[in-house]
Design a protein around this ligand. Structure first.
Ligand code: PMP
Length: 425
């Protein structure tokens, strides 16, 4: 089997709408390495888009899944409930940064988690409005896509989208938007479009993922906390990309002073198995009547077993600390590359823990998406998978498994440095 032959079959059988960041096809993977169908080895700095904080096929995750496979794989929680779902909810209720008692419900995808967080917030407040931030990503379904703050490719030609979803700019040092500018946009919104008493919740990523690894300025959370006190507007933290040790904390929002009312989780929660959830204040989580929430596959027992193992691995292997040391290594390597005079323009190194991103810029300091793409292609050629991000597509983001050894991390960073070297012509 060759990558080219699979590409031909893929083009014939699968629509263009699902994009591919690389031209290779997977054969097998282990921790932070992937082999393609031609036997070539790659170091994985993409982690299946932030899913593999504990790496591909972590032995403890695989063992937990195998054990579950021998018992039952599906009953539908709504038909016959099971212990792994409850145990996982208990664990997340214990560790989540929620004030007071918490409850957790499970789904399958990140988009379902953000959609259901909105359903819960709307039902609990009796209000329709949701305010999201420009550049944010909350999914591709109709409601989550409406909240995603980027028109092309997520909305262009795809509407109509559900109403009462509003956007304001995300204040962050790295995207050049000040807190004052963002709050001014909010004032305009409240003056021109909707009164604050009609808003159920703000939804925010503690670190924007797809949008470019921008961390909101802490002052914005102080403003959101005030608005919660004054108008009763809830906060939904979308932890789908930032959660589960990536930022050096279990939840990215723990870097901020404000505690959210609802938290959407997915991706690295279950180490490669499809699982998402909403963790939230028990009083809010219990508002919707039986039958109003759920899904046939929601909270799959196999995925719950995987997630319980993931949470153990994060603790046993001290991955919160590991995220800091992995991040420090990445930052040192990119800073060193930026000082060389033979690399492409590197700017705005950013992100907490091991959620590290930076921009590729041209000679005048403007974002250079074409060059960023070329860097990923050169990296792939040399055996490294790395993704772009950002509203302009000029950011590079590193989502290496936190379980990667120092040797593999160094090897990957060496390849990345080589790929950053300018190629003329
Ligand atoms: N929220 C965030 C922050 C995400 O990064 C993503 C996926 N990139 C989603 C929601 C949607 O998750 P899914 O693709 O599993 O629906």
């Amino acid at each position: 089997m060759s990558n080219d032959a699979l590409l031909d079959r893929r083009i014939a059988a699968v629509p263009r709408g699902v994009a591919n960041a690389t031209s290779i096809y997977a054969a097998r993977a282990e921790n932070s390495e992937i082999w393609d169908v031609e036997g070539k080895r790659y170091i994985d700095f993409a982690g299946g888009i932030a899913v593999l904080n504990v790496g591909h096929r972590h032995p403890k995750v695989i063992a937990a899944v195998q054990e579950q496979l021998e018992l039952y794989t599906h009953t539908a929680f709504q038909v016959i409930a099971y212990e792994p779902y409850i145990a996982l909810a208990e664990k997340l209720n214990d560790i989540a940064p929620i004030d007071g008692p918490a409850k957790t419900i499970f789904f399958t995808t990140g988009a379902e988690a953000t959609e259901n967080a909105v359903k819960i917030a709307r039902a609990a407040t009796g209000r329709p409005g949701i305010i999201a931030f420009a550049g944010g990503f909350h999914g591709r379904t109709a409601l989550s896509g409406a909240m995603t703050g980027k028109v092309n490719p997520y909305k262009k030609g795809l509407g109509p989208f559900p109403s009462e979803i509003y956007h304001v700019p995300l204040p962050s040092q790295s995207n050049g938007v000040s807190v004052a500018e963002s709050l001014r946009a909010l004032d305009f919104l409240f003056a021109a479009d909707v009164e604050p008493e009609r808003i159920a919740a703000f939804i925010v990523e503690p670190v924007q993922g797809e949008g470019g690894f921008h961390t909101p300025d802490p002052a914005v959370f102080e403003a959101l906390a005030k608005m919660r006190d004054e108008y009763g507007i809830l906060l939904i933290a979308d932890e789908v990309q930032a959660g589960f040790a990536r930022t050096g904390k279990m939840f990215g929002i723990e870097h901020q002073s404000m505690k959210p009312d609802l938290i959407a989780v997915a991706k690295s929660l279950a180490g490669g198995f499809p699982l998402s959830g909403v963790i939230g204040r028990a009083d809010l989580m219990d508002v919707i009547n039986p039958g109003g929430l759920g899904g046939t596959y929601a909270g799959s027992p196999v995925a719950c077993a995987a997630a319980l193992a993931v949470l153990d691995v994060i603790e046993e292997e001290n991955l919160l600390d590991r995220a800091q040391s992995v991040g420090a290594k990445i930052r040192a390597a990119i800073s060193a590359a930026a000082l060389r005079n033979d690399t492409v323009g590197i700017a705005n190194l950013r992100g907490p823990g091991a959620m590290v991103g930076f921009d590729i810029v041209d000679g005048t300091g403007n974002p250079d998406a074409a060059e960023a793409k070329r860097v990923t292609i050169r990296a792939l050629d040399k055996g490294l998978v790395v993704l772009t991000c950002g509203t302009h597509g000029a950011g590079l983001r590193i989502l290496v498994p936190l379980t990667a050894s120092d040797a593999i991390l160094d090897e990957g960073l060496d390849i990345l440095t080589q790929a950053l070297v300018r190629v003329e012509g």
